[in-house]
Ligand binder design. Structure first.
Ligand code: GTP
Ligand code: SPV
Ligand code: MN
Length: 584
């Protein structure tokens, strides 16, 4: 008798017609074989074996360098279940249209069957997925990013409890690229891209879009959140989850080297991108990191910004679309050194400064999480870690202060639902446009976001000790267009205030949007931030917020009658608080 897995693989092979089918075991030898295939294909290079042992540089197709939200679809039976913020296709129409692209797509190629676990192998919160792919780069990446191979087959056994994902590079033509999700079937189809979240199906497709649907049905949460532990003097560790949109600082915050280490504050990394959270017997929401590696943004990453990851990247790392020096070492803008005389651009040609950035702005590294010096001793705890605070945030040149605390859960959900951020190179399209990105889930929620807000409100009632909700903004700019806040390791000063607020300390002033640190509330010793800059960083400008109220209202109106009344109520309350506030 064929197992459900074998049956699905057989059907996938009938459609895509590969020359052969190979089940992956996740071994070191298999990783080597994948790398050899990539090297022979000519799009991958071995880096300096002395300084970067077992490290490689992969160059993706130049039209395939980031997630493509335009061709990402939620194929629920009812269009309203996808909601106004998702692209939607009828599931049968999607099967026909995308099925035609899969038909024979693997002819002359090998289909690799990649079984993987999202989450620690022995955690009850973890789930199994299977990706069938014709890309050795995807196989190699999945081995770093998840618990892949035999360990997953062992967990699955003859059961049908896995989320299947079919992936083919197709012909890499952006016009024939589709990333489609069937939430009711718990199925993913992706064709025409080999990059990141489009192709590593365990990540955004399963762990967020499909899992968010499961989470709502089953009463848990799947969020685009880093998870960190803040150690305070005496050794107590407090865990926090933070949701920032793509390329807005999750990896950096999760891995930060604390500027207050001498005062006993230290940050431990549990996860850098995704959190799965369930209510545990102790009444807290417990989080696991479903991933096993970091797929992090390279540009801007250096010894001054993220030394932990820099130390982790010197072995067993797969780089994508970075530049390469004559010594065959990776290089990118913001690495902390001037560009060397001889440099090969991410596309492969010789670089000079007239040719734009040497590394693609969305160039990435894929590295095992356990290689980070900051990795938490609890990062694979099967029961997860108890979350005491949620932090929302984004890139806002104006409007949002450095940090504020919501009044209560319902208000906090409103803060998340109306958060906004300037777009980045993590997805194709315009960069720097401010858009609403609720809970940093706009591109990742597998169902109607009005119902998603409802789920958040519901969870607040069910969690006996719900996390307190905060909002941060490291990206506020002064009149000169420069960031007002130094960011990176200095962000621990904000985490410290958050911790103090949770403990009933921490000086704050009440504003219409929530509690903002009092002028002396933040620990700023040893930091050069002028009083004027601090003033601006903490300012809640009624004019800016007047525009903000209008813009968020327009956004919320898209959801029509499906929007929970509590969200509408919070909008009205915020508006009233501003109109009552004495003008400053
Ligand atoms: P995804 O992997 O796309 O989800 O991104 P992410 O949210 O993990 O963002 P990441 O930490 O990789 O940071 C993205 C970019 O923002 C990098 O270029 C960082 O150097 C920069 N960045 C991160 N934190 C800060 C900060 O505190 N201040 C400033 N100015 N830039 C930051
Ligand atoms: C993001 O865009 O949020 C990422 C990168 O983490 S990707 O895996 O490509 O989605
Ligand atoms: Mn991300």
């Amino acid at each position: 008798m064929a197992t459900p897995l074998e049956t699905w693989v057989e059907e996938a092979a009938q459609l895509t017609k590969p020359d052969r089918v190979v089940y992956c075991d996740g071994s070191e030898a298999e990783y080597r074989r994948m790398v050899d295939l990539m090297l022979r294909a000519g799009d991958t290079f071995t880096l300096n074996e002395k300084t970067y042992p077992n490290c490689h540089l992969h160059r993706s197709s130049v039209n395939d360098v980031a997630r493509t939200e335009r061709v990402t679809f939620i194929c629920s039976r009812d269009k309203d279940d996808a909601g106004p913020t998702n692209n939607w296709m009828d599931p049968d129409a999607a099967k026909r249209k995308v099925g035609a692209l899969f038909d024979g797509a693997m002819r002359g190629r090998t289909m690799y069957v990649v079984p993987y676990i999202m989450g620690p192998a022995n955690s009850p919160i973890s789930k199994v997925g299977v990706e069938a792919t014709d890309s050795p780069y995807v196989v190699a990446s999945m081995r770093i990013m998840s618990r892949m191979g035999q360990v997953a087959l062992d967990r699955l056994g003859p059961s049908n409890e896995f989320v299947p994902g079919l992936h083919s590079l197709g012909d890499l033509d952006p016009m024939r690229r589709y990333i489609v999700h069937f939430p009711e079937e718990e199925l993913i189809w992706s064709v025409g891209s080999g990059y990141g979240g489009n192709a590593l199906l365990g990540k955004k497709c399963f762990a967020l879009r499909i899992a968010s649907v499961m989470a709502r049905e089953q009463g848990w949460m799947a969020e685009h959140m880093l998870v960190l532990g803040l150690e305070s003097p005496g050794g107590k560790v407090t865990y926090m989850g933070a949701a920032f949109p793509s390329a807005c600082g999750k990896t950096n915050l999760a891995m930060m080297v604390s500027a207050l280490e001498s005062q006993g504050y230290r940050v431990w990394t549990v996860g850098d991108d995704i959190a799965w959270m369930k209510i545990a017997d102790d009444g807290y929401l417990h989080a696991i990191n479903p991933e096993a590696g970091f797929f992090g943004v390279a540009p801007g990453t250096g010894m001054h910004t993220n030394p932990n990851v820099m130390r982790a990247l010197h072995k067993n790392t797969l780089f994508t679309n970075v530049a390469m020096t004559a010594q065959r070492e990776p290089w990118w803008e913001g690495i902390g050194s001037d560009p060397p005389a001889e440099l090969t651009k991410w596309k492969g040609e010789k670089w000079d400064s007239s040719k734009g950035p040497a590394a693609h702005p969305n160039a990435r590294y894929t590295v095992p999480a356990k290689q980070s010096p900051s990795i938490s001793p609890k990062w694979e705890a099967p029961e997860g870690v108890p979350i005491s605070a949620f932090i929302f945030g984004g890139r806002r040149a104006r409007v949002a202060p450095l940090v504020y605390e919501s009044f209560d859960w319902q208000h906090g959900v409103f803060v998340g639902a109306t958060m906004a951020s300037e777009t980045t190179a993590a997805a194709t399209g315009d960069v720097g446009i401010t858009r609403r990105d609720p809970m940093a889930m706009l591109p990742f929620c597998g169902y109607n976001m009005a119902d998603y807000f409802g789920h958040w409100l519901e969870m607040g009632k069910r969690i006996p000790h719900p996390p307190k909700i905060f909002h941060v903004n490291w990206f506020r700019k002064g009149a000169d267009g420069k960031f007002l806040w130094p960011g990176f390791g200095e962000n621990v000063r904000v985490l410290k205030w958050i911790l103090e607020r949770m403990e009933g300390r921490g000086a704050a002033q009440e504003t219409p949007i929530g509690y903002v640190p009092a002028m002396k509330g933040l620990t700023l010793d040893g930091l050069k931030v002028s009083d004027e800059a601090l003033d601006e960083l903490l300012r809640v400008s009624p004019e800016d917020w007047e525009d903000e109220l209008e813009d968020s209202k327009q956004f919320l109106m898209k959801f029509g009658a499906r929007l929970p009344k509590e969200i509408r109520e919070e909008h009205a309350k915020l508006s009233r608080r501003f109109h009552r506030a004495v003008p400053v």
